[in-house]
Design a protein around this ligand. Structure first.
Ligand code: GTP
Ligand code: SPV
Ligand code: MN
Length: 594
């Protein structure tokens, strides 16, 4: 398979020549977005064993792919922000001087496509016609990447037609090389609109439109152009009267964005006519609209979601989204039915199975897991039963509230509202969460993850906070989204989650949206406004959680928060003079209030 260039755009052709010269592919194939081409690539991947075709009746157009055991998550230690100076990347990013980094990467990637095909993927982040959309070209030597990008983004000829002769596009080179973990690098060059990823073939490391472009590069573009790229879901809550209010929520990786974005309202709410609509589950691009409010689009076109724990009870909409046209990565295979399985999918694991490592596996007797904890599905957004009718709206949806949150077994209450915008920026800047399997590291270790952007901010985090402060200053007070913090993950002394979570999180969203409307009271505390327990509706879950227990997870313990304030002060030190004075003041205010 080989085809002619799909564009005459000189900046693309010149860049492509350089890549070809560097990696020396045997063939070049432009991805045109046609079904015929996708079918051919799927067939080729099945033929070579790169993907396994699942049961066409039970899982039509679905495939299983296994990555190398050393290549199952993002690698933050090998993710670099290559700005001209280290200061621009800031203390929370790994940095390398750009020319030195280019040289290192070119040495690794040189000749690495020998005997392989170079796939050229033109893609759009955002609906192709959206004024908020941006275009990238990714070249890769992996069919898995092509097929995933074809689900996660809009690809093909239409994108190139939109771009025309412009050179405003993001360059992305991916080379699998030998998938050598010691030579793996995921590098962003924000000033050059360039991404280079080598020696990985997994998710966030190689689907360059996602974290590399839509967050790291785009956050820098947003700084320059006055908008925001955030690690946020976007959802709409429809009220019984037909009104829909949209919120964006930033939770760290594997902390519940997909689940919240697709939640099913509790029965009592459904009966009254409440609905939840999914606009996005991972990334939001946010910009001020002509009416002075903030509008968000989802730059993606699919869901790269965590598989384990997804089931008909926890997240039916996600599960239904995976029933056709989906690629599964690192889950278990049931050889009898040729379907996939992961932990907690159901109570019927395969006896005659293959685990994520490719070994014979009996899920009924084995003490080992069948699916990797960070195994994922790549599902087309159109499959989602609750996909918002506004999903393709080129102008996005108006945002009423920003919600931050993370996993904290103790301390952070179920929900609180910041005192104002700048206090909300302080809350986001100081949030912390227990680490998950989404990145290589110590699971469970508490770390600060500002706005859930620690691994994804393409420049100095202190400047990013200042950007948040500047955005707030540019909004009229009555148009600015209100800012909240939530914590679904408080645990009791036995280690059980106290709050039922999932669909019941709508009870908290209801309080949040009432606060935005000014129709419910709250208690003022040193950290912000906390609900009065009677204002969180427990109808239908009184057996699961009592008023007293609810009250206990709404409490603010000044002694613990004093420790927290000390921790924030220590954390802030690394930013030196670059820390926005507003945040230093916010910290002083908190300490004084405590
Ligand atoms: P990324 O795709 O990595 O950015 O993650 P995400 O934020 O979309 O995470 P996701 O929704 O996939 O959540 C992953 C984990 O959080 C799963 O183990 C879920 O079961 C768990 N989870 C999500 N919502 C809740 C909740 O309300 N309560 C509890 N206890 N667990 C939850
Ligand atoms: C995350 O880790 O936040 C993800 C998955 O959404 S990945 O695309 O691999 O980064
Ligand atoms: Mn994510």
């Amino acid at each position: 398979m080989e085809n002619k260039a799909l564009t005459t755009n000189k900046s693309i052709l010149a860049w492509l020549d350089q890549q070809i010269e560097l990696v020396k592919p045997a063939k070049i194939m432009w991805i045109d977005g046609s079904q015929a081409q996708i079918d051919a690539l799927r067939a080729e991947a099945v033929e070579t064993g790169e993907m396994i075709k699942l049961n066409p009746e039970l899982a039509p157009d679905c495939f299983l792919h296994r990555t190398k055991a050393n290549d199952v998550a993002r690698v933050e230690a090998r993710t670099l922000i290559c700005t001209p100076t280290k200061e621009e990347a800031g203390p929370t990013n790994n940095w390398m001087e750009p020319s030195e980094c280019y040289k290192m990467l070119y040495d690794i990637a040189r000749d690495s496509y020998k005997g392989r095909t170079m796939y050229v993927i033109p893609y759009s982040m955002g609906p192709v016609t959206s004024p908020l959309a941006k275009i990238g070209i990714e070249v890769t030597d992996s069919i898995y990447v092509v097929l995933n990008m074809s689900i996660m983004t809009r690809v093909g000829q239409a994108v190139l037609d939109r771009l025309g002769d412009s050179d405003d596009w993001v360059r992305g080179l991916h080379a699998k090389c030998d998938v050598d973990a010691e030579k793996r690098y995921i590098c962003q060059f924000p000033q050059d609109n360039t991404i280079i990823s080598v020696n990985s073939a997994y998710g966030g490391n190689v689907l360059l439109g996602k974290k590399c472009f839509a967050l790291r590069i785009a956050s820098y573009q947003g700084l320059k152009e006055g908008w925001q790229a955030e690690h946020m879901l976007i959802l709409g809550v429809e009220f019984p009267n037909g009104d829909i209010k949209y919120v964006c929520a930033a939770f760290p990786s594997a902390c519940g964005k997909t689940n919240l974005a697709m939640m099913i309202p509790p029965e009592a709410y459904r009966e009254k006519g409440y609905k939840v609509w999914t606009v996005g589950d991972d990334i939001a691009w946010i910009r001020k609209g002509p009416d002075g409010r903030l509008y968000a689009i989802n730059p993606e076109n699919g869901f790269f979601g965590v598989a384990p724990d997804t089931n008909m009870h926890s997240n039916p909409n996600a599960l239904i989204s995976t029933q056709k046209g989906t690629i599964f990565t690192n889950v278990a295979l049931n050889k009898d039915t040729m379907t996939v399985w992961w932990e907690k999918l159901d109570k019927n694991p395969p006896e005659n199975g293959i685990d994520w490592l490719g070994r014979e596996w009996n899920g009924k007797t084995s003490s080992e897991v069948g699916a990797h904890p960070n195994s994922r599905f790549t599902a087309p957004a159109v499959n989602c039963p609750c996909l918002s009718p506004e999903f393709e709206n080129p102008n996005g949806v108006p945002i009423s509230a920003f919600i931050f949150g993370g996993r904290r077994a103790k301390l952070a209450p179920l929900v609180y509202q910041s005192k104002d915008w700048n206090n909300g920026v302080f809350v986001g800047s100081s949030m912390a969460s227990e680490q998950t399997a989404a990145a290589v590291g110590t699971i469970g270790a508490l770390r600060r993850d500002p706005m859930a952007m620690l691994p994804f901010c393409g420049y100095n985090m202190a400047d990013y906070w200042q950007h948040w402060i500047d955005i707030g200053a540019s909004l009229d007070a009555d148009k600015a989204p209100k800012i909240f913090n939530v914590n679904w993950f408080r645990k009791d002394d036995e280690g059980n989650f106290i709050w039922p979570g999932f669909g019941d999180n709508l009870r908290v969203l209801e309080w949040i949206l009432k606060r935005c409307e000014g129709t419910v009271d709250a208690k003022e505390t040193p950290i912000g406004y906390v609900p009065n327990p009677e204002d969180i509706n427990l109808e239908g879950i009184e057996d699961e959680i009592s008023k007293e227990t609810l009250a206990s997870i709404l409490e603010v313990d000044p002694a613990l928060w004093k420790e927290e304030a000390d921790g924030i002060e220590k954390y802030y030190e690394q930013f030196g003079d670059r820390l926005p004075p507003v945040l230093r003041q916010q910290l002083e205010n908190l300490k004084a209030a405590l």
